[in-house]
Design a binder for this molecule. Sequence first.
Ligand code: SF4
Length: 217
Amino acid sequence: MFATVLERLLGRYGRQGWWPADSELEIMVGAVLVQRTAWRNAAAAVERLKSAGALSTNVLTTIPLGRLEHLITSAGFFRVKAKRLRALADSVARAGGVTVLRSYPTPRLRAYLLDVHGIGPETADSILGYAFERPVFVVDAYARRLFARLAYPDPLAADATLKSECEHALKTASNLNELHALIIAHGRASCGSIPRCLDCCLKSACGYARAESLASA
Ligand code: SF4
């Protein structure tokens, strides 16, 4: 099923080209800044950090928090996110830098990320996939909704099962990163809170569309 979803979404939306960034640290910072906001707001904050010369572990561990908050205002929740960026930078520094993290096996790197204040499974897996090119699938609200509808009326498997089955099926970071980006594109275009099934490229494989007699409409 996962390969079919990837193939059809690719055919519909094309490659999404995620994640535009110059370094692993930039992706890690972006992954924190994009929490609970749109990408354009996070991207503006990343650009401000860059312009201010603040997008480095050294600066992020030492810059006054008030100044950091000011630089990332566009991302929203800036007080919370400034503390999270500080915690992330402190943690990267303690590990010995991004180069050292790159050498960690995936389970160790995931555990390291999950140990950082403010980083949950979705942010950790985004960092693993896009910054460190590890073959992990990001289970977010878009993915849960899509796969619940595809599998309807069967209940959706737990996040961990969905994640491991998808990783097993698609195998590479390139495939899994692309699928995550495409699922978001599809969620925005068709499979949102109110699904628009008639024009959907997945409707022939979708339990929800079948149940609503839309699969062959
Ligand atoms: S057919 Fe409808 S419910 Fe199924 S994936 Fe497409 S938009 Fe979502």
